[in-house]
Design a protein around this ligand. Structure first.
Ligand SMILES: [Zn+2]
Length: 225
């Protein structure tokens, strides 16, 4: 029943979003886009790329430093039923030239999975909605959601210390449909990069199962840790 209710809320939000004139998601002013030009200018897009030889993924690129307006939008998106914000995040990603150039050389996009139970509670996987829209807007990227699976429901990473986070994600993911990732150049999408434990664990299992290259793409990076 709960699953059905959440699915319905999600669907209604999508319909309302299509029917009504858009409002700027930051200042609320009616506008032709998700964000008005004035608020757009206040966003500090960094689109920073980092390569780290000690990680299982080859590169990490993020759009924003986690904080201020972006922090508020991500929290709203994940926890306050604002699934429609996926349009905004997708646009920011695909409008960025640096990221677009990179995306072009990859084969598939995989959103970091959430557990079935959490997905039912929330009604959607926040990373999956964005990955789906990126795949739709860039013709050659294929969305794969049935290969990297979260098999255990874990405590939210945000509540744990760095060391606890590492332990919390161990043995949590598994691979199905191995052929879909073998020899593939993969974009792994997540919302926030904090200690990197989640994307590291996902990348490790993807590489162990034959993934060729992995680019981790996140909306934000939390630099506290
Ligand atoms: Zn505005």
């Amino acid at each position: 029943m709960e699953t059905f209710k959440n699915a319905l809320i999600f669907l209604l939000n999508e319909i309302i979003n299509e029917l009504y004139p858009k409002q700027c998601i930051i200042c609320g002013k009616l506008y032709s886009d998700e964000i008005c030009s004035k608020c757009y200018k206040t966003l500090e897009i960094v689109a920073k790329s980092q390569k780290n030889k000690n990680k299982s993924f080859n590169e990490h690129i993020y759009l924003f430093k986690y904080g201020g307006t972006i922090r508020k939008l991500i929290i709203d998106y994940k926890f306050n039923d604002k699934a429609y914000l996926s349009d905004f995040f997708t646009k920011i990603i695909i409008k960025n030239e640096k990221i677009c150039r990179k995306i072009k050389s990859y084969d598939i996009i995989i959103p970091v999975p959430i557990h079935k139970k959490r997905k039912n509670e929330r009604g959607y996987n926040q990373s999956e909605l964005i990955a789906k829209k990126i795949a739709k807007n860039t013709n050659q990227l294929q969305l794969v959601t049935d290969s990297l699976i979260k098999q255990k429901n874990t405590v939210a990473q945000s509540t744990l210390t760095k060391e606890q986070r590492k332990q919390n994600v161990k043995q949590v993911y598994k691979i199905a449909n191995k052929q879909k990732i073998q020899n593939k150049k993969i974009i792994l999408l997540d919302d926030i990069y904090t200690t990197g434990s989640t994307v590291e664990e996902c990348s490790k299992i993807l590489k162990q199962n034959g993934a060729k290259e992995i680019l981790v793409l996140t909306i934000a990076k939390d630099e506290i840790n």
